[in-house]
Write a protein of this length. Structure first.
Length: 141
């Protein structure tokens, strides 16, 4: 197993740069944090993924619940069209929720890229939870 401490330190440097005390963001499991940006809750992970036999960084933030059945086709179409305009992140669906997510291998990652990915996920989630709620009355995360 690879020592992930340098990557944990990089994540926490990103939080410090955002004015967040890293100890307030840490969860019970090493390599897991949660922070907020406006209305958005951003979950950050540095973990080994056994199914891929590699180490990954990912950040994910819930955006909203699925739109009601009558609006769902238009809702999905808008999500797909919006995905085309996003940089380094995408909408995903899990159960009844829509998320903004970014994921990449740890190999070669630096703190600047990590910072950009964390802030991008937070900014997109904070913006789109308001947009989707206004258009589709989809419950905010």
């Amino acid at each position: 197993m690879q020592d992930l401490t340098p990557y944990y330190q990089m994540v926490e440097r990103c939080f410090t740069a955002l004015g967040i005390a890293p100890e307030t963001a840490r969860l019970e499991q090493p390599g897991e944090w949660t922070v907020t940006k406006g209305d958005a809750r951003i979950h950050v992970f540095v973990k080994y993924m056994e199914q891929n036999n590699d180490y990954y960084f990912w950040a994910v933030a819930p955006v909203c619940e699925l739109a009601n059945e009558e609006q769902r086709k238009k809702f999905y179409e808008e999500l797909l069209e919006t995905n085309h305009t996003l940089y380094g992140a995408a909408f995903t669906k899990y159960d009844r929720w829509i998320y903004i997510k970014t994921i990449r291998e740890l190999r070669g990652m630096d703190v600047d890229e990590m910072f950009n990915l964390i802030t991008r996920v937070g900014n997109y989630a904070d913006m789109y939870n308001d947009i989707m709620w206004a258009k589709y009355a989809a419950a905010k995360a």
